[in-house]
Design a binder for this molecule. Structure first.
Ligand code: NAP
Ligand code: F7E
Length: 330
């Protein structure tokens, strides 16, 4: 695997958690990075504020085919990382059609744009452990059958298979990274890990008294987002495209995350966490834990941040943010 100073990458979802880490990662390797951003009434570049003068932007939307064709035509990327999605599982139950349009069909729109404009472009699809859903085996591997449990999971299964299909039909260098949950101080506040780290710190600082959560028994294989973007890049450097599970191989309950986060600020979680059934989902994914041996073997990729270190990193960053020591999430 060699770094090339002349390579150019297009990232959809650059304003999101993973997009910000991937942009940093690629810029550090000498890439020119173009971010596809959608129009909104307020600017939401908080996660990439520190990178603004090193990035180029293209206005586009996964719902709009021509904007993707134009992005590829105008910027001629060597690599496209499709990270944009309606990514919140809970919202996918309330907005299943929008989730399908974006998270599923958006993948086809990008693949078609690549096929039409320049089929030599290498394509990464952000697939998800949510595709395993009601798991058929433990741990989950590249060969584990899918059984998604939400409109989001169903949409990601479509995105995965259309990526495989365009690889097999048109010979595209297209691959799917089946990434297990990965978190960071830049994680959206609605996801459970950040909700807990932020909530625990608010309580410790006297800004709140309780934290309302749903199912504490769900188990997840949580890693650090900064590690996972490296795996995305490694996949696109392979001579032959291949799909990989990316995970830590460890699983923990939401309850354990609470324990560790509240302990970091010297609090007993049981005194502050209140169960609220509004955060339960119509169908739950109870247990996720991956087997990352293929990625270790072929990509030489392994996670570098363990569970407790991740929790403490997130709590410490929220403490700095809420105490005003940190101006933004970068
Ligand atoms: P995220 O923080 O929610 O970011 C999602 C990004 O998608 C944002 O930049 C968002 O733009 C953009 N987006 C949403 N709808 C769009 C549309 N119609 N057109 C163009 N852009 C749109 O998600 P993330 O955690 O970074 O995850 C990145 C990708 O990996 C997603 O596809 C997610 O489903 C997948 N994934 C994530 C995990 C994880 O644990 N984080 C695990 C497996 C797979 P705005 O800023 O304008 O909203
Ligand atoms: O939920 C439970 C909830 O929303 C984790 C996305 O990045 O990872 C993410 O999806 C668990 C679930 O993430 C609350 O029921 C309890 O069992 O943080 P989450 P997710 O659904 O696992 C996958 C891999 C993706 O691909 C997705 O894009 O926590 N839970 N109480 C709660 N969850 C939330 N959000 N809020 C609660 O109050």
């Amino acid at each position: 695997m060699t770094d090339s100073p002349t390579r150019r990458a297009l990232i959809t979802g650059i304003t999101g958690q993973d997009g910000s880490y991937l942009a940093e990662f690629l810029l550090d390797r000498g890439y020119e990075v173009v971010g596809m951003v959608r129009r909104s009434s307020t600017v939401n570049y908080e996660r990439i504020a520190h990178l603004m003068d090193r990035l180029e932007f293209h206005s586009g939307d996964l719902l709009d085919q021509m904007s993707m064709v134009e992005a590829i035509r105008e910027h001629a990327p060597h690599e496209v990382y499709n990270l944009a999605a309606q990514s919140f599982v809970q919202t996918s139950f309330g907005q299943p059609v929008l989730t399908g349009e974006t998270t599923a069909l958006g993948v086809t729109r990008m693949l078609d744009a690549i096929r039409l404009v320049d089929p030599s472009i290498r394509f990464y699809q952000a697939s998800s452990s949510e595709m395993f859903g009601k798991v058929h085996e433990v741990p989950q591997t590249e060969a584990t059958p899918f059984h998604p449990r939400s409109p989001y999971g169903v949409a990601k299964v479509y995105g995965h298979w259309i990526t495989v299909n365009y690889r097999e039909s048109y010979g595209l260098h297209a691959c799917s990274g089946m990434l297990f949950n990965h978190e960071s101080p830049r994680r959206g506040l609605e996801f459970v890990t950040r909700k807990i780290s932020h909530g625990a710190v608010q309580i410790a600082l006297g800004q709140a008294t309780e934290l309302r959560l749903g199912n504490l028994d769900a188990k997840r294989d949580w890693g650090f987002a900064g590690d996972y973007v490296d795996a995305m890049w490694r996949m696109l450097q392979l001579d032959e495209p291949e799909d990989f599970v990316i995970c830590t191989g460890e699983t923990h309950t939401v309850r354990e995350f609470c324990q560790a986060a509240f302990a970091r600020v010297g609090l007993d979680w049981e005194k502050h966490v209140v169960i609220d059934h509004k955060y339960y989902r119509p169908a739950e994914v109870d247990l996720l834990v991956g087997d990352g041996s293929l990625a270790a073997e072929r990509l030489d990729w392994r996670p570098s941040v363990g569970f407790v270190e991740l929790v403490e990193m997130m709590v410490d960053a929220d403490l700095a943010l809420l105490e005003g020591r940190l101006r933004h999430l970068s």
